[in-house]
Design a protein around this ligand. Structure first.
Ligand code: NAD
Length: 735
């Protein structure tokens, strides 16, 4: 398979065109790297070649990055000495890029290099940009849709093909930090003003301009600053007073943000710091060592698996039943409240026609106005144009008239969380919609099978559960009722794909999957307050283990009265088996005090007039006195984590979850379950079932039966099984 094509023109410029067959965007494979290496050798050896342009055969993009499947394979295939195998593989990559950078120059005089330019038609990510960084000049087409940058940190890696070392030496540690530490990507013009690329040109002139430069470049144009004598790092190296401040600040910031649980961020900083103290080629070796360290860390493997491979597979329809294309053309949204307004926005943005219906025209208009306000903010931030706003708004009809729903192929109901109201609207809608229209409910707590009883077509009735705020939250939980048919599932999945979110498909049970796991987390935190555990210990223990919000902050955000409502409904349904009276003691008392969370500017946290959190509320201890002895942080963390993961295991055992990939991806995207872990099942595999059982047994003894080890987990511990080994797709077992 040819991935890089080589051609020399009469002008003496060799053009190497990257065009991976069968893919819409290039990704680097080992075969591709070998081809690029061979073409560079040919160009450097051929006296007729004056210089080289590396470009892409894909319109609008240079590369999406490294083929992360290859990284996973590399780890698995490295044999008895994986560290050496990985390190050698990375050094091979450095060898090719360094060859491009030196381009045959005399090492003493730094003369005689053949100029090599990179011509980027648009999007250039990860290794794609690292190749560009090794070239002598980077040209980018003026393509506002193109994104340029190094997003590796987002999947638990860092730029390990010289990108870290080169970018820091090119722009200084401070300026490089948003690109390296936050994975920031920017469009070509911004990339030029930031110093990521050298020139932005009209797309049709891209190749010509790059060739012109190659033909006119002098020796000095081909020597990188770090290869010149007396090179000084912009902003100062670590022992320079200015550099010292940068590195101290960066360490503090990274540890503050990551709480030390993301190995890639720490390894990146170490590679930058240590690399800054030594010559360039040694810095590359240091970078390779740290990159090897990260690849070998189970967190990076788990993050790549969940956040890249499995997320991608789910988005591509891994669990879509066989059914003809169900692309949604016209969606009816019932209820223009918080959720209905958000669903309208994301649907119209995806180009779908929306009929937004509420009880009064005023409410419907208000729901539509949410999209207008959102687009206005986008215009202010230069992310949208007035034309785009008009185009999106023109797709939305706000109405009270059910007849307007005619012709909809999907309905999403988001009216009050009341079975009676929901049944009423279901029947009213079914009187006007076409026979084959799919009806979805966005309920967060009511069983789909029960709600579908109001429908004449239960096989066309399904749950499409969004998270709030709809436009920000990437997960959509699709819930099958007992009678839900395949076409309804396919419709929901095709719709989620249209709005570019990530779906999981689960079976109907109390709280479905995400809320089922997150409620015990919140409850465990509140229960600790009742026990007299100091709230800062609860909140910080959660954050130190990688939860984005502590349980008390989370309940403040979602609102304490919602917690009360859910608790009352759950107690009514469960009767004597209800396990959370101790939680309710605190929760109901808070609600009685009018401390309803962020929305009332008072909750477990105190807030200032502007709604900003000012710290944990100090009035809590008067009602729930602190215990004399406080637990170890680890004990608090185990309680908070096992409250969630045991529910995930039970959901799997009961068949609510049918795919652990969905359990992991859903947990990270749905409620932010410690992303460094790859999700609850990945985390259990990381610590091992035997250890998990030991912790559970201890927690049960100290805190009661809610931590009882699920029989499945105990059996897995006895057999030495892992979740991915037993339930994962075969290829992922050993990852
Ligand atoms: P909301 O109170 O903000 O909005 C409900 C809207 O439905 C109101 O505008 C109301 O006027 C309208 N409505 C009520 N009865 C109606 C009827 N008969 N016909 C037409 N319109 C009617 O509520 P919300 O927070 O948007 O929640 C809506 C649904 O989404 C609920 O089922 C809720 O459980 C679910 N949900 C909420 C969240 C969340 O975080 N708020 C998250 C996921 C799912």
């Amino acid at each position: 398979m040819t991935e890089f094509h080589y051609e020399t023109g009469a002008d003496g410029v060799a053009v190497i065109t990257w065009d991976l067959p069968g893919k819409s965007m290039n990704v680097l494979t080992f075969e591709g790297l070998r081809e690029l290496d061979a073409h560079i050798d040919t160009a450097l050896a051929d006296e007729a070649v004056k210089g080289v342009v590396i470009t892409s055969g894909k319109p609008g993009s240079f590369a999406g990055g490294m083929d992360l499947n290859v990284l996973a394979d590399l780890k698995n295939a490295a044999g008895d000495n994986p560290a050496k195998g990985i390190f050698d593989g990375i050094m091979q990559m450095h060898g090719v890029l360094r060859k491009i950078e030196r381009a045959g120059m005399d090492p003493k005089t730094l003369k005689g290099a053949k100029p090599i330019a990179c011509a980027l038609p648009g999007t250039t990510m990860g290794i794609g940009y690292e190749i560009a960084l090794a070239c002598h000049r980077i040209f980018a087409a003026d393509n506002p849709k193109g994104k340029i940058g190094l997003p590796e940190i987002m999947v638990g890696l860092f730029p390990g093909a010289g990108g870290t070392t080169r970018l820091v030496r090119k722009m200084g540690a401070m300026a490089a930090s948003p690109y390296l530490l936050e994975g920031k990507t920017v469009e070509p013009k911004k990339a030029k003003s930031a110093g990521l690329v050298d020139e932005v040109v009209e797309p049709e002139d891209l190749l010509e301009k790059a060739k012109e430069w190659v033909l006119s470049a002098k020796d000095a144009d081909c020597v990188k600053p770090w290869d010149q004598k007396g090179y000084k790092m912009p902003g100062g190296a670590p022992y320079h007073p200015a550099g010292f401040m940068t590195f101290v600040g960066a360490s503090a910031m990274v540890n503050g943000k990551t709480k030390g649980v993301y190995p890639a961020a720490k390894a990146l900083l170490s590679a930058v710091y240590e690399g800054a103290l030594v010559p360039f080629d040694t810095a590359l070796k240091i970078e390779a060592r740290w990159f090897t360290n990260v690849i070998l860390n189970s967190s990076s493997g788990a993050m790549i698996r969940s956040l890249f491979l499995n997320k991608g597979a789910l988005e591509k329809g891994a669990n879509r039943p066989e059914a003809p294309d169900q692309t949604v053309k016209k969606v009816g949204v019932l209820g223009a409240g918080m959720m209905g307004a958000g669903i309208t926005l994301v649907s119209a943005q995806a180009g779908i026609e929306v009929v937004l219906l509420d009880q009064s025209q005023d409410a419907a208009d208000k729901g539509k106005a949410y999209t207008a306000t959102y687009m206005d903010k986008g215009i202010q931030r230069k992310k949208a144009t007035p034309e785009k706003k008009e185009q999106v708004l023109s797709l939305i009809t706000a109405t009270t008239d059910y007849a307007a729903l005619a012709g909809c192929d999907l309905i999403i109901e988001a009216v009050f969380e009341d079975p009676g109201v929901k049944a009423e609207v279901t029947q009213a809608v079914e009187a006007v919609i076409d026979e084959d229209c799919i009806f979805a409910t966005n309920t967060s707590t009511l069983p789909i099978t029960m709600l579908s009883k109001a429908s004449k077509r239960p096989e066309q009735f399904i749950g499409i559960h969004f998270f709030s705020p709809v436009e920000k939250m990437m997960l959509v939980e699709i819930i099958k009722g007992k009678a839900t048919g395949d076409r309804a599932v396919a419709k929901a999945l095709d719709y989620v794909r249209q709005i570019r979110k990530t779906p999981i498909v689960v079976n109907d049970a109390r709280f479905f999957y995400a809320n089922r796991c997150i409620i015990p987390y919140i409850n465990e935190g509140i229960r600790m307050v009742a026990e007299g555990i100091t709230p800062p210990l609860v909140e910080n223990a959660a954050k130190l283990v990688g939860m984005p919000l502590g349980p008390l902050q989370l309940v403040d955000e979602t609102s304490i009265d919602l917690g009360v409502k859910i608790a009352k409904a759950t107690k009514a349904a469960m009767g004597d088996a209800y396990p959370d009276d101790a939680v309710d003691e605190v929760l109901f008392w808070m609600a009685d005090q009018g401390r309803l969370g962020r929305k009332s500017n008072a909750g477990f946290y105190a807030y200032d007039d502007k709604g900003k959190r000012t710290g944990l509320w100090d009035g809590l201890a008067a009602q729930f006195p602190l215990a004399d002895t406080q637990p170890e942080v680890t004990e608090v963390q185990h309680r908070l984590l096992f409250a969630q993961v045991l529910e995930a295991v039970r959901a799997l055992d009961e068949g609510v979850l049918t795919d652990i990939r969905e359990g992991d991806v859903g947990a990270i995207l749905g409620w932010g379950f410690a992303p460094w872990s790859g999700g609850p099942f990945s985390w259990l595999d990381m610590i091992g079932a035997a250890k998990a059982v030991e912790i559970c047994d201890g927690l049960t003894e100290r805190h009661g039966p809610r931590f009882t080890t699920p029989p499945l987990l105990r059996e897995m511990a006895e057999k030495g099984d892992t979740f991915y080994g037993r339930f994962g797709p075969p290829a992922q077992a050993a990852a």
